[in-house]
Structures are given as structure tokens and as C-alpha cells.
Write a protein that binds this ligand. Structure first.
Ligand SMILES: Cc1cc2nc3c(=O)[nH]c(=O)nc-3n(C[C@H](O)[C@H](O)[C@H](O)COP(=O)(O)OP(=O)(O)OC[C@H]3O[C@@H](n4cnc5c(N)ncnc54)[C@H](O)[C@@H]3O)c2cc1C
Length: 422
């Protein structure tokens, strides 16, 4: 094992080694996020059963691994969902790495402690305790396939200086994540590296994010209102979900709006901020009543001496009642606004705040049983770098774990049947 030094300031044991280039790695994992750590843990556990110990390394651009895991689910890590087809496999995996889970009433699965950092730690320890080397502050900047495996170029930042290393590896797992929330290290490097090796990357867009609207909603900033949120494209409903809509100074937000953002696709040839004119967002604040019933109720309120904003106060929050009564957002009658408040989407909020990336490495070029590339043998993919995005509720992390586990099983299964590299 190469000489290691602890470099991670917030207590995580991420190791740097001086001469990582000296080794020939059996498995090299690009990215120590959800997919990369799951793969590292699974590969290490699989290898444990064998006498031969593969050399496994994880290269992570950020100082520590799994920063997005730690931020996920508001710090609680909604790690899967009871409705995911492969949830049993996910739960069996977490049982093996020692993470107890609990499921809420809506099927969302969390670690029992509801501490996201516990999930990250369990995965990292499952890998590190079995000999996997994890390097923080190390970004992969080049990846080439030759006759004798891969040459990987990595830049390690140490004491403010950059060190370039050239590593050789038999198998490489691309787990560098997407482009969303770049503060967690995900700046789209995986797409660049994959393209260079001949892979097609399908168009990328920020999803699971708030939607900016053309109307001036600034007076409603801070209001949270239960509603049925629907998205129409050329008058046809393409999405509908009940949930809590949160108004911000220029946008609609909340889980149902995040999920809606996956269905907003800009028109071809138009810029992002111009491409959504054929869409309309319609909020129904009274989904259990008809417009006729709403009108009758407001008429009854009038008989009780309640008019305008006062008539609406038992239905919606004060600020929204005021906007409806004063017709600041729409000139329609109050009952019409209650049943169908209309907004024109300007654009989804950008990469900085989006939780997930739509698009990515084309799945038709990957064997989805083994996650191995159909174009470059020995190259595997896992997680958000692939063309997958799921709704809120644990689907995206579940995809990261499952693809990481599949890739690890295929890489080690293959390795443990063949001669190891020396
Ligand atoms: C705030 C927030 C909350 C979320 N909450 C949830 C949730 O509760 N449930 C859910 O299912 N999903 C959630 N998601 C989405 C989920 O976290 C991601 O889909 C998931 O982490 C993707 O896993 P991944 O391993 O593909 O990528 P990541 O976890 O993003 O990991 C990729 C890693 O690769 C590293 N990397 C990038 N480029 C390089 C390079 N060149 N060299 C070396 N390393 C590199 C990055 O630093 C990063 O650590 C959330 C996302 C965000 C932003």
C-alpha cells in the first residue's frame, strides 16, 4: 500500500499518497460521490471473499467524498423509495454496509438516524476498511484507452500546488456525476471525458429545480400553498401533481414544481429563456371543489358580510387571498383564479440550484446489466453522468447506488476470474 497522509480538514479520512502513478490499478473510480462510493464499497466487499485482492482507487475532485450525499434530502438523505423497482437490492446493500433504514408514509426511505453524513461514512468505511485507496483533491483531467488498459491523468491540489499524475488502470468506472449543483464538484467533467472516448452525450438541462415565471409574483414571496400543479403544453396537460407550492420573488418552487421542471423542454433552436412560451402552469388551490362550488361558497361568504380578501381567508394564505381579491396576477373572477391560476414559465432555475441533470451519456451505448460501455471495453458508467433523471423522493440516489453496485459486481466478477494486473 502506498504511503498515505491525511489531508481532509473536516475530519474525514481521505488519503493522499505521494506516488499514485507507481501502481497499476485494477479498478479506478472517477468520482467519490453516491455511485462511486457504492461501487467502491461493493467491489471491496466482493473482493473480500477472494484470496486475490484487487487494487482499487477512487479519485475525488473535492477534498472529501460524498458531499452531495451529505446535502441530500435536506441533510437527511432520502436514499431510495419503496416504489423503486430495485428497492430490495438497495436495502440489501445498505444492510451489508451497516445502514439501518426507515420508510415514511409516502414511501421515502431514509437512514434510521436521518443523518445523511452517516450514509456517506458507512460507504466510505466499507471501502477504506477493505483496502480501497481514496484520494481527495484529485481531479481526473484525461482518460485514454490503450492496448494495455487505461491511462488516467489526474491533478492533485496539495498545499496550493497542483501535481499531475499519470495512472494506469485495467478498468475505469466513470462516476463523475452530472452538471447540477456544481458547488459539490459536479461540473460536467464526466461528459467531456466520455465524449472524448467516443460516447454520445444527450442534451443536458438542469431539472428538479424551481421555475421562474413571467408574472410578477414578488408580492407572494414566502407563501406556501397546497395546490394541484399542472403543466400544459399547447393546451395539453403533460404533468400534474398535488403538493405544496412555494412562491419566491420570481419563481414557483416546492417538490411538485421540482418534479414539473423535468417536463419543461425548450423549443428547438430557441435560447433557454425564450423557449417555454408554449407552456402554461396552472395551479388549482381547490382541487376538491368545482368552480361552481367555489363561486357558491364565495356568494355565501358575501351573505356573511365577508367580501374580497376576507372571503378567501379560510381557503388560501393572506398574501395570496389579497392578490386574488385585488386581481394583481390575473383579471379573472376569484373563483376562476382559485381553480386555475395561470403562469407562463420563463425558464427553470439554472445549474447552481438544480438538484439533477437531465440528459447525459446515451444509455443505448451501455450494457445496462453490467454498466460496461459497448464502445470502449473496460470502461463502466454509473450514476448521474448517464442519461437518467428521476423525480424527487429517492429515485436519483437509488439510480446511483444500483448502477454503482452493478458496475462493481461486473468489474470484480470479471477480475476475480482472471489474472490480476501486477
Ligand atoms: C441539494 C441536493 C439534494 C438532493 N437530495 C436528494 C435526495 O434526497 N434523494 C435523491 O434521490 N437524490 C437527491 N439529490 C440528487 C442526488 O444527490 C444525485 O442524483 C446523486 O448524488 C448522483 O450521484 P453520482 O454519484 O452520479 O454523482 P455525485 O454524487 O454528484 O458524485 C459525483 C462526484 O464526482 C466528483 N467529480 C466530478 N468530476 C470529477 C473529476 N474530474 N475527477 C474526480 N472527481 C470528480 C464530484 O466532486 C462528486 O463528488 C440531491 C441533489 C442535490 C444537489
Amino acid at each position: 500500500m502506498p504511503e498515505g497522509v491525511s489531508c481532509f480538514s473536516d475530519g474525514q479520512r481521505v488519503k493522499l499518497v505521494k506516488r499514485i502513478s507507481d501502481e497499476k490499478w485494477d479498478i479506478l473510480i472517477i468520482g467519490g460521490g453516491a455511485a462511486g462510493l457504492a461501487a467502491a464499497a461493493e467491489a471491496a466487499m466482493a473482493a473480500e471473499k477472494s484470496d486475490r485482492k484487487p487494487k482499487i482507487i477512487v479519485l475525488e475532485k473535492r477534498p472529501g467524498t460524498g458531499s452531495k450525499i451529505c446535502a441530500s434530502g435536506n441533510g437527511r438523505c432520502n436514499l431510495s423509495n419503496a416504489a423503486c423497482p430495485d428497492v430490495r437490492r438497495t436495502l440489501e446493500f445498505f444492510a451489508r454496509v451497516g445502514v439501518l433504514t426507515r420508510t415514511d408514509d409516502e414511501g421515502r426511505i431514509y437512514p434510521y438516524s436521518e443523518e445523511a453524513a452517516d450514509v456517506e461514512r458507512a460507504l466510505r468505511m466499507a471501502a477504506e476498511n477493505r483496502g480501497v485507496s481514496i484520494f481527495g483533491n484529485t481531479a481526473v483531467t484525461g482518460l485514454e484507452k490503450g492496448e494495455r488498459g487505461f491511462t488516467v491523468t489526474a491533478e492533485t491540489v496539495r498545499d496550493g500546488r497542483k501535481e499531475i499524475s499519470f495512472l494506469s488502470a485495467e478498468r475505469v468506472l466513470m462516476a463523475a456525476g452530472g452538471k447540477s449543483a456544481p458547488k459539490f464538484g459536479t461540473t460536467g467533467d464526466g461528459y467531456v471525458l466520455s465524449r472524448k472516448l467516443g460516447h454520445r452525450v444527450l442534451p443536458l438541462a438542469p431539472v428538479l429545480t424551481a421555475i421562474e415565471v413571467r408574472e410578477d409574483v414578488s408580492s407572494l414571496a414566502g407563501v406556501r400553498e397546497k395546490a394541484r400543479a399542472a403543466l400544459y403544453h399547447d393546451g395539453r396537460c403533460v404533468f400534474s401533481e398535488d403538493g405544496e407550492v412555494q412562491f419566491t420573488k420570481d419563481s414557483l418552487s416546492g417538490i411538485c414544481i421540482f418534479n414539473m421542471s423535468r417536463f419543461l423542454k425548450p423549443e428547438k433552436g430557441k435560447r433557454l429563456e425564450e423557449g417555454f412560451g408554449r407552456y402554461e402552469i396552472v395551479l388549482d388551490f381547490l382541487p376538491d371543489f368545482t368552480e361552481r362550488q367555489a363561486k357558491d361558497f364565495l356568494t355565501e361568504q358575501g351573505k356573511r358580510g365577508l367580501f374580497g380578501e376576507a372571503a378567501l381567508n379560510s381557503i388560501v394564505k393572506e398574501k395570496l387571498a389579497k392578490a386574488i381579491a385585488e386581481r394583481t396576477l390575473s383579471g379573472e373572477e376569484p373563483e376562476v383564479q382559485l381553480k386555475a391560476m395561470r403562469f407562463v414559465p420563463k425558464m427553470p432555475k439554472g445549474w447552481e440550484t438544480a438538484q439533477v441533470t437531465r440528459g447525459g451519456v446515451d444509455l443505448s451505448e451501455v450494457d445496462v446489466d453490467t454498466m460496461e460501455s459497448k464502445i470502449v471495453s473496460g470502461l463502466y458508467f454509473a450514476g448521474e453522468v448517464l442519461d437518467y433523471d428521476g423525480p424527487c423522493g429517492g429515485y436519483n440516489l437509488n439510480h446511483a447506488w444500483i448502477t454503482g453496485i452493478k458496475a462493481a459486481k461486473a468489474m470484480t466478477g470479471d477480475l476475480l476470474c482472471t489474472e490480476f494486473s501486477r
